[in-house]
Write a protein that binds this ligand. Structure first.
Ligand SMILES: O=C(O)CCC(=O)C(=O)O
Ligand SMILES: [Fe+2]
Length: 328
């Protein structure tokens, strides 16, 4: 797999245009609510809650692709992450396991339903990856990933994230295309990420093997008349570790599209394994024959999914977890 990103049409998987539309409307209403309301549920070390503008730093040299990022950090050390987010952890029996602001609380079961659709899609995708990787049947075959992502087996770092990137207010500050970006360069931490985007709100870019930024289309060729943009599936770091780098977790970022004064809303579902799952290379000859510089984590199995996530979150939020009442 060259890019670590694939598109998938959501309609056959239970994602109707109405479900997508409703979830984006809800996110929009939430982000438009007063700062004080949003900050009532400010992000906490468990990675759940509201993360305001600039409370996360995505490119603090915390990425596993260190050669790429040490170069990127040069350019991005002053980068501002112009985004706000609300992170919702796993649902149990349709209920979120965290305080929710009123607007979201009123639609808790809809959000739970949406998260359930996302989880099912991830499991279906992981089964296909397992088949493609030819995981040995006696080790679980196509179901190898399934129990490792089964919420009934324990807590995981899985997050449904509502995202909002405000448009640049003309003349509000000195905009510099090199340093002012919406979300800094990073790779995702978990197994898989699903990303839902709005038809006209572009800005996502991936880093190519030539270390150049390439825009990701919202409607790739052949999907232009679909009722909503296909879901973007993104391989995360864990799937990359698990496969000794055979599957790539690609560095990506979100920029302000040129001449586009629009807000951007997106919804991401970060699928993580159950906390105590050890990170080992998966039992597949394809993986075994893969040599990579990333195998220091994949090979030894001493790190668990939770340990890996904690180290990544500490680098992202470590010194900025307090709500600033004046900051949105
Ligand atoms: O908003 C987007 O399009 C991307 C968000 C993202 O990459 C992330 O939250 O990890
Ligand atoms: Fe991401």
């Amino acid at each position: 797999m060259k890019w670590g990103f694939v598109f998938i049409r959501g309609e056959a998987l239970g994602f109707s245009p109405q479900v997508i539309e409703d979830t984006f409307d809800l996110a929009c209403n939430f982000f438009r609510s007063p700062v004080a309301e949003k900050n009532k549920c400010h992000i906490s070390p468990n990675n759940m809650g509201y993360s305001s503008m600039r409370s996360e730093i995505l490119d603090q040299g915390n990425q596993k692709v260190s050669t790429v990022l040490s170069y990127l950090c040069e350019a991005c050390s002053l980068a501002i992450n112009q985004r706000r987010a609300f992170n919702i952890g796993e649902f149990m029996d349709g209920q979120a396991q965290q305080p929710l602001p009123e607007i979201l609380k009123a639609r808790e079961s809809d959000l739970g339903h949406f998260a359930g659709l996302c989880h099912n899609l991830c499991i279906q995708l992981l089964r296909r990856f397992a088949l493609g990787l030819k995981i040995r049947d006696e080790e679980g075959g196509k179901e190898w990933f399934t129990p490792r992502h089964d919420p009934s087996r324990g807590h995981s770092g899985t997050i449904l994230r509502l995202l909002y990137y405000p448009a640049l207010a003309a003349g509000a500050f000195d905009y510099d295309a090199a340093s002012d970006i919406r979300a800094g360069a990073h790779s995702d931490y978990g197994s898989l990420t699903l990303l839902f985007q709005r038809p006209s709100q572009s800005g996502l870019e991936i880093m190519t093997q030539e270390e150049l930024w390439a825009p990701v289309p919202i409607f790739p060729p052949g999907t232009e008349s679909d009722p909503f943009p296909p879901i973007l599936v993104n391989v995360g770091d864990l799937l990359s570790y698990w496969t000794n780098g055979l599957l790539k977790s690609t560095v990506h970022r979100v920029v302000f599209p040129e001449g586009n004064g629009e807000d951007r809303f997106s919804i991401a579902y970060f699928c993580h394994p159950v906390d105590d799952v050890p990170l080992v290379a998966i039992p597949s000859d394809l993986v075994a024959s893969q040599t990579t510089k990333d195998d220091s984590v994949g090979a030894n199995g001493r790190l668990t999914a939770a340990g890996h996530l904690e180290s990544r979150l500490a680098a992202t939020y470590g010194w900025r977890t307090q709500a600033d009442p004046a900051r949105d």
